[in-house]
Design a protein around this ligand. Structure first.
Ligand SMILES: [Cu+2]
Length: 151
């Protein structure tokens, strides 16, 4: 009888220690997550056409053109502004910034030396591929809209 009471007390103390440890581990992560997902915010990006140095287009059978950013990450609810620049010299290629699908209807086409700005609200969470319609398959990226932190 006395022994079983001892065991009960030891088990209870062990459970309390485990519970406190788990809480101590979880709390810092929770705070970090909440701080990072403060939203909505106005988020601004500068995007450029770029190229892979020493990339042999003939040998590889594809374009050397890429976007300066292959991912753009925002939170759901953010207002997103993207300034897109075509840094080609006169006589160079046009480039587009085109988000695939109908969720975000963005398609801007720039001649050499031009820049344009596009703004939209990130109303839908998910991963949305973007591309330059002139330079596939190399010139593409992903708009990532995170759902976390939304009420
Ligand atoms: Cu392009």
């Amino acid at each position: 009888m006395e022994k079983s009471l001892q065991i009960t007390i030891i088990v209870s103390i062990a459970i309390i220690i485990i519970a406190i440890s788990a809480l101590a581990i979880t709390i810092p992560f929770k705070q970090t997550t909440e701080a990072n997902y403060a939203s909505p915010q106005k988020r601004e990006f500068w995007l450029f056409n770029s190229e892979i140095p020493k990339f042999n287009e003939i040998k590889m059978g594809m374009s050397h053109d890429v976007f300066s950013m292959s991912t753009i990450t925002v939170n759901k609810g953010d207002n997103v502004t993207i300034h897109f620049f075509n840094t080609e010299l006169p006589g160079g290629d046009p480039h587009s910034f085109t988000i695939e699908g109908k969720t975000y209807d963005v398609n801007i086409v720039l001649n050499p030396g031009e820049n344009k700005t596009v703004s939209f609200d990130a109303t839908t969470a998910g991963v949305f591929p973007y591309e330059c319609t002139f330079h596939q398959p190399t010139m593409q990226g992903q708009l990532i809209v995170l759902a976390s932190g939304q009420p």
